[in-house]
Ligand binder design. Structure first.
Ligand code: ATP
Ligand code: ATP
Ligand code: MG
Ligand code: MG
Ligand code: MG
Ligand code: MG
Length: 269
């Protein structure tokens, strides 16, 4: 019958590749917006940093952490986010494709779902896409170095973009001229241009732009007002209810160095 027929075909399952992530290692999924250079232009992102876009990215990452299992920390900047699954996670038997596709699809659908909450007067013009990859890190040190690498990337790009857009927006240089002006400059040179020509102290730029966003689980007191009504009453009375929930909370701090890891030993325990 039908069951016999199905069992006859089922050998095709053996063609599926085994993509189990090595046991006891940190599993990282990084996603990145597809062609967001263009997406940012079409949707009138503020340059160099559109805070609506960054907050939307973080909302999507919080949704991923809350909907999926076993994510202990996430880090985001620009159009990318990295999610770290706990070492002992056995979610979907540690299949890389499951980790990656669940993270990326949940993130992408959230991006569209929450768009209007962050871009009130900017319609979403076409469906955005994201790529994903999985990287497995065998030790706490390699995981910390991975996150440090992404944060260093954030710093370098943001410093460059801050000077670049100051030259374009405030000094009237063309993008080509600004690029030429910055060719071969070091960090100190860029800080100096910002300070002497634009009176900008880079260290006073918003932390979210300079450091990116770290999401970790923290207990937060949620205060809500609840309307309670006894059967005999017409008007309900307002009651203040406080409950403690564990939420994915955004921080804009250094992950480079020891301080963060000393302050939050539970992340890597
Ligand atoms: P790819 O598909 O290869 O990732 P990409 O165009 O997305 O191509 P990225 O290197 O990922 O290239 O860079 C993302 C680009 O998106 C940035 O260079 C910037 O132009 C734009 N972008 C992303 N987020 C923001 C933001 N919050 N504010 C302003 N621009 C942003
Ligand atoms: P998992 O996350 O493991 O995939 P699942 O609940 O999605 O869990 P599936 O084996 O993928 O399990 O089955 C999809 C289920 O979705 C079906 O069993 C059915 O209940 C429901 N479903 C999907 N498409 C339809 C449809 N067109 N009409 C009615 N029900 C549907
Ligand atoms: Mg890229
Ligand atoms: Mg991109
Ligand atoms: Mg990117
Ligand atoms: Mg299903």
């Amino acid at each position: 019958g039908a069951a016999m027929a199905k069992s006859k075909f089922e050998y095709v399952r053996d063609f599926e590749a085994d993509d189990t992530c090595l046991a006891h290692c940190w599993v990282v999924v990084r996603l990145d917006g597809r062609n967001f250079h263009r997406f940012a232009e079409k949707h009138n992102f503020a340059k160099p940093n559109d805070s609506r876009a960054l907050h939307l990215m973080t909302k999507c990452a919080q949704t991923v952490m809350e909907e999926l299992e076993d994510i202990v920390i996430a880090y985001g900047q620009s159009d990318e986010y990295s999610f770290v699954f706990k070492r002992k996670s056995n979610w979907f038997k540690r299949r890389a494709s499951k980790f990656m596709t669940h993270v990326v699809s949940q993130f992408a659908s959230s991006y569209v779902f929450y768009w209007r909450d962050y871009f009130e007067d900017q319609p979403l013009l076409y469906p955005p896409g994201f790529d994903g990859r999985v990287v497995v890190y065998p030790s706490n040190q390699t995981l910390k170095d991975y996150l440090s690498w992404r944060q260093a990337d954030c710093h370098i790009n943001n410093l460059y973009n801050t000077v670049f857009w100051a030259l374009v927006q405030q000094s009237g240089l063309t993008p080509i001229q600004a690029q030429e002006r910055l060719q071969g400059t070091l960090t100190a040179d860029k800080n100096e241009i910002l300070f002497s020509e634009f009176n900008i102290n880079y260290n006073n730029e918003p932390l979210m732009y300079r450091k990116g966003t770290v999401l970790i689980w923290q207990k937060v007191d949620e205060v809500t007002t609840k309307e309670v009504r006894l059967p005999a009453e017409m008007e309900g009375r307002k009651m203040v209810v406080t409950r403690t929930r564990t939420k994915a909370v955004p921080l804009h701090c250094d992950v480079i160095g020891d301080a963060f890891w000393k302050e939050h030993p539970e992340i890597l325990h």
